[in-house]
Design a binder for this molecule. Structure first.
Ligand SMILES: [Ca+2]
Ligand SMILES: [Ca+2]
Length: 169
């Protein structure tokens, strides 16, 4: 009888330990960090809204770069620009060069998941002010966090932008 009680007690203790351990294992670790790994531009407008080339006769094709911004306005202060790839522009882009692609050596973490952000595309100019080619957005981490897609594509007119994500626990 004593042995039986002892076995039951041991059983209860083992069961309790087992339950505790189970509670400690999180079956789906939650993503804590979402980063931008790469930005692709599969399509750009090859003419401006007047139907003209982006540049003059000698180098008519666009010299494309991107900015990631917190707003849709074109000339934003630095505080509203998350990422500026002006120094990494593509020169004289033609159809065969697409998609353009910017891989980030240091993936950019978007800390505010509720914040809408945009990808603005420009033609880099030497003498005159850079030409604004268009923007795609808004992107928002809250919109993707449930599905955690590998990438998100937004098309806006003749412009298409694809952002590739990294998720970390
Ligand atoms: Ca231009
Ligand atoms: Ca050009």
């Amino acid at each position: 009888m004593k042995n039986a009680i002892r076995l039951i007690l041991i059983g209860i203790i083992l069961f309790t330990i087992g339950s505790c351990e189970e509670d400690n294992i999180d079956p789906t670790p939650e993503v804590q960090h979402v980063m931008i790994d790469k930005i692709d531009i599969p399509y750009i407008p090859f003419q401006n809204e007047d139907g003209d080339d982006w540049d003059s006769a000698f180098d008519p094709k666009p010299d494309v770069y991107i900015k990631i911004t917190k707003d849709t306005a074109v000339n934003l202060p630095d505080s509203l620009v998350l990422l500026d790839k002006r120094s990494a522009n593509y020169s004289e882009v033609s159809q065969g060069d697409l998609p353009l692609s910017w891989s980030l050596v240091n993936p950019y973490e978007v800390k505010d998941w509720n914040m809408p952000f945009y990808v603005q595309v420009f033609d880099r100019d030497a003498v005159t002010e850079d030409d604004f080619m268009g923007l795609a957005g808004s992107f928002r981490i809250d919109n993707i966090i449930d599905d955690q897609p590998e990438s998100t594509t937004i098309t806006s007119g003749e412009l298409q932008v694809e952002i590739f994500w990294i998720y970390e626990e």
